[in-house]
Every structure is written in structure tokens, then in C-alpha cells.
Design a protein around this ligand. Structure first.
Ligand code: M6R
Length: 607
């Protein structure tokens, strides 16, 4: 989604800004631009890829102070004019903005009445115009920005440069912004990954923070003008640059990294002798775990599917009620919050606005939220203050793969830890732990010989739609498989719990309709088998993901993809992989940009 990069120092800003934008590209965007201060403010902006922008900057733009942006369109189409930065009517201020100005219509109207002509269709442009009007009254830049933000409703990660002041002013409210401290230079970004090549010393701004950046460094204050308590964080090595290596795309690289990522996720967390798990970041004693009345899991997209697996694992192992919720709905449904309950916010990026808002809502109502997060020190991780890092390592492809597996695995670990305090024996715990430790090796074994993926791809790419079915823990896997194929191959997909198929989607089946069925050899196998028969009776083509050696089931398939045998609850960690491969190969065959699918963003920072 939208990304911000900024530079204040002694070096030429332009190449640093363009490189910063390249590091933000993985997040998804549709236009980009830079503003560099020299005699006045020079702006270059362009729809399309950063490559197009850099081709456009033919003459060297001199200047050591600048801001840059990748835009993911919300208000106004993705064209050159709506791209950021936006320049004020008098040419004295340029801004880049992430977030949404909710009262922008009213503000635009007021500006028009004052004779200010707006150039773009965006909500963001009003910020530049308002700041310019404040500066014209004689306010200093920091005062001008602070004043105008008091009139704005919405969210912002804002950066402004000025033609008449050697300063950058930044502000955060609900949209991440990080300041990186270099030697005699300062960097700004909405994404800490983009700062790693310059510095590891960073300051994550809090909501309500503003910062004044100049030749002396920077000063972070609150909207009230008081000093902010924001402190330095030292970024870990794992946030560093991620290379493709031998792989053509990040998605396939990340699919193959799943085994190692899973090892990292489990490492040091299991206690074999006691048959339990220790997730230190939970900061919960066994007695506290025993007292928990229910668990609610909150996430979006792939993370929601991991939550649905977590729901089943927690109910099965810990015998405590658990429910997975769509974060964007949860936030606004005025949910009843029990302060004794556990709420788990699940997110790869840790920046998803819907999930972050739900976390804040729960906390406002007196509830406690634990983060199940990949990106260390991300907004959700910091907002929760406690939880579990899933340790997938950086995930660059927009389509989430290795994070899904580690989110599901972390939730299963949580279920084992909780279950041991309440319901099952050390022996059962040891069995689960042993089985979990065998999964990474089984993933490697499967990936070495993934079966007839190409045949499955041929069956889905020409289809009007693809139906994914599964029962129990395989129902969320079906949803995840459908989401993956839809988001990168742009094929309409539907996912249903297999038993629900006869209540509606069966109407779509005709001769040759592809149906992907996830059917491990678990207690629900024969139920799923009946649903396979129902599909076959209507001429559907069955692409079956099943357990190795389960010939009884394999015989029913048109295309049969076998994964290694595993304990039922752990089967999603294996059965999901063929669905990822089908999506990847289908998108490739259709000629799509696998890592950066259209319209999507890696980190969705608007509600
Ligand atoms: O960073 P998050 O895990 O919070 O992101 C949630 C969704 O936006 C994300 O999973 C999305 O659905 C992916 N593109 C799926 O591959």
C-alpha cells in the first residue's frame, strides 16, 4: 500500500529517494513521486512503476532534502496528477501522505471558497494547501502542521518539505512512520525495511507524534507541543535486504522457505519432557491460562484463515470456546468484550489497519490483546505489547505463504500450551510436539516431488470459476487456496466447507467444472468423500489433495496430489502447499505479475 520515504542530509537526495521507493515497491502501489528542495521545490511524479519515474528524472535534481511516495489509489484514479507529492497553490509546501482524510470534502469546499484551486482528486492534497495558508500567516512549519492537523479527521503518516525552510516536518496518526538516525543525516519511512541499508537506529513514531527534522537532527513532540516519549529501537538483522537468489519470484522462494521458517517458529518453544510448549511472550502463568473463559482470534485475508485453524486447534486441544473474527467487521460490531478472555490479533505485517483498529477497540473496552505477528516492532505488535512472533522472516510477495504456515503453527503451539494446563496428558503433548517437529522435513520431501501441479493448473486456468472444498481444519485451507488462486491468477474462486456445498454452490457445477478438494486422512475423510461423489455425479473435475498412500481416496480423483501423512490438526501445514503451487503456476502461465498482483497491497494500512 502507500509508502513514504524521506531524506535530510548532506548527500544528493534524489538517488537515495528513488532507491527508498524501490524498497517500498513490494508493498503494492500504482504511482510514485519525489519532491526535492533546492531553489524552490522540484517535483517528479508518474503513474506506474518506480522504474518509469526514475526514467523521467533525466536531469540531476540537486538538493539534499527530499520526500518520496508510492501511492495505492483510494481517492481518485491512479494517474500522474493524483500521484504524490502534492504541491501547494503558492509552491511553498509539498507533502506526501499515507492514510485517509475523512473530512476532505468539507475541507476542499472551504479551500475553494477561499479561492484555492485544487489540482487533484485526492483527499491528501488539502494538507499541502492548508499548511501553505498557515505558513502565509507567519507560522513556523511545525506550528503550521500542528494547527492544520487539529482540523483534520482521519489517519495520517505525513511528510512535508518547504521552499523557504530547511526542514522536513513529519506526523503520524494511525499510519506508520519511522525515523532513522544516521550520521549527520536523517531518514524517514513508513516501513522500517526500507531504512535498513542506512541505519539500524530507528524511532517508531506514536499516534499523535510530530517531528521536526533539520541539520541538527530531529525533535519528536506531541500535538500538545510537549516532548514525545518515543524511544530508539535497534532493528534486528533479519529486517535486512531480501534477495531473490536462485528463484525467479519471491512467492516461489517463500513457498520453499516454509520448512526452514517453520523450524524457526518451533525452535526453543517446545518442552518435550513435560509434553508442552512455552511461548514466553504470552507472559501468562498456567493458572492464568486455566482461568481463561474464551479465546477470540482476529485477522484479515490469509491471517483470518490461520485464525480459523487456530480456532479449531484451541477448541480441540484446550477445550475452551474459540472464535475467529473478520477484523474489519469485529471493529464495528460493538462486540461484548470480557476482560478475562484472550484476544489474539494475527497479522504478518503487523500494520493492517482493520486489525489494528480492532485491537484498539478491544483495549478500549478493557480487554487484553496478544499479537501473533511476523514483523518485529510493527504497529500491532507494539500496540499489543505482548504476544508471539511467528519468525517467518521477511515476506515480500503480496501473496502470503510462509507467514500463513507460521501463523497456523504458532496458534497450534498456543493451543498445546493452553491445552496442557487444562485438558490433555503429557504423553499426548509429546506426541503432538514430535509430530510438529517432523513437518518441516515432510514439507521439504513434498516440495522435492510436488506431483501433477501442471495438470491441475491446466484444469483451472480456463475455468469460469473454481470451487475449493474441505472439512474441519481443511475448510480454512480451502479458503486459503481459493484466496491465493484468485489474488494472483485473477480466476474467480469460491471456497466452502464441503458439507455446505449442497446448500448452494452445487448449482454452479457442470461438466468439467474444476473442484479442488482438500481431504487428509482424518476423521472427516468419509464425509468429504461423499461430497466428492456429489461433485462427480454432476461432471465436476476433481483435483484432490490427499495423504500419501490413501489410494481409496486417490481413486476418486481426476488429478490426485499426495502430501506426506500427518496428524490431523497439523495437516494444513502440508495440504496448503499444493494450493500455493497451483496459484503460483497458474499466475505464471497467465502471464501475471506474480509477486505484485494488480490492485493489491502487501500491507493494507487503510480501513
Ligand atoms: O499483514 P496481514 O497478515 O495483517 O495481512 C492481512 C491480509 O491483507 C493478507 O493476508 C492478504 O489477504 C494477502 N494478500 C493474502 O495473500
Amino acid at each position: 500500500m502507500c509508502g513514504i520515504f524521506g531524506y535530510y542530509g548532506r548527500r544528493d537526495a534524489t538517488p537515495i529517494l528513488v532507491e527508498g521507493l524501490r524498497r517500498l515497491e513490494y508493498r503494492g502501489y500504482d504511482s510514485s513521486g519525489i519532491a526535492v528542495k533546492n531553489n524552490g521545490i522540484n517535483i517528479y511524479k508518474k503513474s506506474g512503476k518506480v522504474e518509469r519515474l526514475s526514467e523521467m528524472i533525466t536531469t540531476e535534481v540537486e538538493g539534499t532534502i527530499g520526500i518520496a511516495h508510492t501511492r495505492w489509489a483510494t481517492h481518485g484514479e491512479a494517474n500522474d496528477i493524483n500521484a504524490h507529492p502534492h504541491l501547494s497553490f503558492d509552491g511553498k509546501v509539498a507533502i506526501v501522505h499515507n492514510g485517509i482524510i475523512e473530512n476532505f470534502r468539507e475541507v476542499r469546499r472551504n479551500l475553494t471558497q477561499k479561492g484555492v484551486e485544487l489540482n487533484s482528486e485526492t483527499d491528501s492534497e488539502v494538507l499541502a494547501q492548508l499548511i501553505a495558508l498557515e505558513l502565509a500567516k507567519g507560522s513556523k512549519p511545525i506550528v503550521a502542521v500542528r494547527r492544520i492537523l487539529k482540523r483534520i479527521h482521519g489517519t495520517w503518516g505525513l511528510c512535508a518539505v518547504f521552499s523557504d525552510h530547511d526542514q522536513i516536518i513529519v506526523a503520524r496518526n494511525g499510519s506508520p512512520l519511522v525515523i532513522g538516525k544516521g550520521t549527520d543525516e536523517t531518514f524517514i519511512s513508513s516501513d522500517p525495511h526500507a531504512l535498513m541499508e542506512h541505519t539500524q537506529e530507528v524511532y517508531f513514531l506514536e499516534d499523535g507524534d510530530l517531528a521536526e527534522i533539520d541539520h541538527t537532527g530531529f525533535k519528536i513532540t506531541r500535538m500538545s507541543g510537549q516532548l514525545s516519549s518515543t524511544e530508539v529501537t535497534v532493528l534486528e538483522e533479519e529486517w535486512g535486504e531480501v534477495e531473490l537468489g536462485e528463484y525467479p519470484h519471491f512467492m516461489i522462494k517463500e513457498i520453499h522457505e516454509q520448512a526452514e521458517a517453520l523450524r524457526q517458529c518451533i525452535a526453543g518453544r517446545t518442552r518435550h519432557k513435560q509434553g508442552t510448549v512455552k511461548l514466553g511472550g504470552l507472559k501468562l502463568t498456567p493458572a492464568e491460562m486455566r482461568a481463561i473463559p474464551h479465546v477470540r482470534l482476529i485477522g484479515c485475508g490469509t491471517s483470518l484463515h490461520a485464525c480459523q485453524i487456530g480456532q479449531i486447534a484451541i477448541e480441540e486441544l484446550a477445550r475452551v470456546p474459540a472464535v475467529a473474527h473478520v477484523a474489519s467487521e469485529f471493529r464495528y460490531n460493538n462486540s461484548v468484550i470480557n476482560p478475562k478472555a484472550i484476544h489474539l490479533a494475527v497479522s504478518q505485517s503487523g500494520e493492517t489497519a482493520d486489525t489494528l483498529s480492532a485491537v484498539k477497540e478491544i483495549q478500549l473496552k478493557g480487554g487484553s490483546v496478544w499479537g501473533i505477528i511476523n514483523v518485529v516492532a510493527s504497529s500491532i505488535a507494539r500496540q499489543c505489547g505482548m504476544g508471539v512472533y511467528i519468525h517467518s522472516g521477511p515476506e515480500q510477495a503480496v501473496a502470503s505463504t510462509k507467514a500463513f504456515s507460521n501463523m497456523a503453527a504458532s496458534l497450534i503451539l498456543f493451543a498445546i500450551q493452553m491445552g496442557r494446563t487444562r485438558s490433555f496428558s503429557a504423553e499426548r503433548g509429546r506426541e503432538l510436539i514430535d509430530n510438529l517437529h517432523t513437518i518441516p522435513g515432510q514439507i521439504e520431501k513434498y516440495l522435492a516431488n510436488p506431483g501433477p501441479i501442471a495438470e491441475a493448473v491446466d484444469a483451472v486456468i480456463g475455468a469460469k470459476s473454481v470451487l475449493f472444498l474441505g472439512r474441519g481444519v481443511s475448510a480454512p485451507v480451502a479458503r486459503e487456496g481459493a484466496l491465493k488462486l484468485m489474488e494472483i491468477a485473477y480466476i474467480p474462486c469460491m471456497a466452502y466447507p464441503a458439507g455446505e456445498m449442497k446448500h448452494g454452490p452445487i448449482a454452479l457445477l457442470e461438466k468439467g467444472s474444476p473442484v479442488v478438494v482438500i481431504a487428509p486422512n482424518d476423521k472427516l475423510k468419509y464425509k468429504t468423500l461423499s461430497n466428492i461423489q456429489e461433485c462427480k455425479a454432476r461432471g465436476a473435475k476433481i483435483i484432490l489433495i490427499h495423504e500419501e498412500g490413501d489410494d481409496e481416496l486417490a481413486e476418486e480423483a481426476d488429478i490426485s496430489i499426495a502430501v506426506p501423512k500427518s496428524e490431523g490438526l497439523l495437516s494444513p501445514l502440508l495440504t496448503v502447499i499444493p494450493t500455493q503451487l497451483i496459484a503460483y503456476q497458474a499466475a505464471l502461465k497467465l502471464g501475471h505479475d506474480v509477486d505484485r498482483p494488480r490492485n493489491l497491497a502487501k500491507s493494507v494500512t487503510v480501513e
